[in-house]
Design a protein around this ligand. Structure first.
Ligand code: G4P
Length: 524
């Protein structure tokens, strides 16, 4: 197949949701369609118990299993579909943000009864920042839920995106009869089943057949509602979707395999193929002949005896080939990869080549950091993998004087993986770990001990936020540093960070030092 055709047939996306909305179930059903797995339940095990905050074994299990399920590729109707998994637990939100930088579109799953929930709102912010095209799947229609129009209003206001229903539910809960697919103009009757898939029947809205299939009252309601939809919502325009302005909405029940295939079919038709990537130096088109890519995720190996890791590389342009020498841009050195892996559903295998849109896993012994770029020689640095201002902080100290080296190395490598952020307090020289979730502290302590044989001790530190500072006014910056000496730190790249103890303190600083810019993400 031609290089350009290979690119055009790829769809790389992530499914995001608030925990419990049905992301795992939907992923699994999509994989079943793709024939990538054959048993329901295969993806299920890739879940951290949502309530667990201190179940280390769960964390470990999650990390281990998710190497294989981090990316789930499958072939379907001539398309190569790559689903990138995102952790469900909110403490791993930053992982999810980074994964979103490697996809071309997303599917958002919403629980029909619960509506838009916190985590969904946060993740949508990231999508909006990048104008990522979004399709919404309203799930669990087999459960009682509110009015579909109200839900659409809620999605529009809460997620700040226009919506356009492409299917419409007929009843819900016990009285859920099915959906009318506005995209295909066909009727899908609901029959609860976890394994079989219902076929749609082409039924015109105005036909008598509709009445005989769903009953006169329901048919009348459906006609009325579809009329309202056509009156209220603009006609679906793929370009609006591709620009991230309008989200098409589907209704269904993932658990019952209902509405999933229609979702997949429409997704394949409208979702974008691999898109332009943005580097600091220039924009990179997937069709360019030379290979470029970046690391968006690093996974430590489960086996403590082999401290190797897998760096997940998103291919931005060109063809990636096994055993070819590529340039690690940050280190300025050539590397060859003899066993790059591709991920197909629940297994991974060594591959010889991969194309833009694909994710390859590169075994790594410590060369890679999150955000590193690889190329065929060009000095290119992909952007868009910012660290966010952490909100939870602790001093980290060595609890075993004999293992200082191991501790330092462990901390370094975990930070490279993006588990948390490290700051060095400029006033007392102590190391501070900053995270977005409480679970990370336990993960770090556990992994330092089990993978590096190092023991750490935490000490609480009361901080509101850490933010990056810069200014073109050298005098003001130095005045700021003098006045705020107790609250300054350096990040791992040696950049200045202001540690604000409270929101008030931050506001005062912003007021007093107008020529200083305070940044809440590391990329500015
Ligand atoms: P998540 O990955 O977004 O966290 O959600 P997940 O798929 O694990 O689904 C959360 C729960 O919702 C699961 O039940 C799942 O079976 C259920 N669910 C998913 N889709 C539907 C649906 O369309 N209808 C109904 N009624 N339920 C649905 P659980 O009891 O937490 O897990 P399990 O014991 O069933 O595995």
């Amino acid at each position: 197949m031609e290089f350009e055709q290979e690119i055009a047939r790829r769809r790389t996306f992530a499914i995001i949701s608030h925990p419990d909305a049905g992301k795992t179930t939907l992923t699994e059903k999509l994989l079943l369609f793709g024939g990538a797995i054959h048993v329901a339940g295969a993806v299920k095990s890739n879940k951290i118990k949502k309530t667990a905050t201190s179940d280390f074994m769960e964390i470990e299990k999650q990390r281990g299993i998710s190497v294989a399920t981090s990316v789930m590729g499958f072939e379907y109707n001539g398309y190569k579909v790559n689903i990138l998994d995102t952790p469900g637990h909110q403490d791993f939100a930053e992982d999810t943000f980074r994964t979103l930088t490697a996809v071309d579109s997303v599917i958002i799953v919403i629980d029909a009864a619960k509506g838009v929930e916190t985590q969904t709102r946060k993740l949508m912010q990231v999508c909006r920042m990048r104008n990522t095209p979004v399709i919404v799947f309203v799930n669990k229609l087999d459960r009682p839920c509110g009015d579909a129009f109200d839900l659409l209003d809620e999605i529009e206001t809460e997620l700040k995106i226009g919506v356009r229903p492409l299917s419409w539910p007929i009843g819900n809960g016990e009285r859920f009869m099915g959906v009318y697919n506005l995209f295909e103009k066909s009727l899908y009757m609901y029959e609860p089943s976890k394994q079989t898939v219902q076929e749609g029947v082409a039924v015109e809205l105005s036909s008598k057949e509709l009445d005989s299939r769903i009953g006169e009252t329901e048919a009348a309601t459906l006609r009325e509602e579809v009329e309202t939809i056509d009156g209220v919502y603009p006609e679906f325009d793929v370009q609006d979707y591709l620009r991230g302005q309008i989200a098409p909405v589907f209704f269904g029940s993932a658990l019952n395999n209902f509405g999933v295939r229609e979702l997949l079919h429409c997704f394949l038709q409208i979702a974008p193929q691999p898109q332009t990537s943005h580097a600091a130096e220039r924009d990179v088109l997937p069709q360019e002949k030379k290979f470029t890519g970046f690391v968006f995720k690093i996974h430590a190996n489960m086996d403590p005896n082999h401290r190797n890791r897998i760096a997940f590389v998103k291919i931005c342009s060109g063809k990636f080939e096994r055993n070819k020498a590529y340039k690690h841009v940050r280190l300025g050195k050539e590397l060859k990869f003899s066993s790059p892996t591709a991920f197909m559903a629940d297994k991974k295998s060594i591959i010889d080549e991969a194309y833009p849109g694909d994710i390859v896993g590169l075994p790594d012994t410590g060369n890679f950091k999150i955000g590193d770029s690889i190329s065929e020689g060009e000095n290119i640095n992909f952007r868009g993998l910012p660290s966010f201002s952490p909100e939870l902080f602790r001093y980290i100290d060595n609890a075993d004087p004999m293992k200082a080296k191991q501790l330092a190395k462990g901390i370094d490598q975990l930070m490279d993986e993006g588990v948390a952020q490290l700051f060095v307090h400029q006033f007392n020289g102590r190391k501070i770990i900053g995270t977005v979730g409480a679970l990370q502290f336990e993960v770090i302590e556990y992994r330092l001990l089990h993978e590096y044989g190092a023991k750490c001790r935490y000490e609480g530190i009361s901080l509101y936020k850490a933010c990056w500072i810069e200014s073109d006014d050298v005098a003001e910056l130095s005045e700021f540093k003098k006045r705020k000496a107790q609250y300054l730190a350096k990040d791992k790249d040696g950049r200045d960070v202001f540690l604000a103890e409270s929101n008030f303190m931050l506001q005062m600083a912003e007021q007093d030092f107008k020529k200083i810019r305070f940044h809440f993400t590391s990329e500015f």
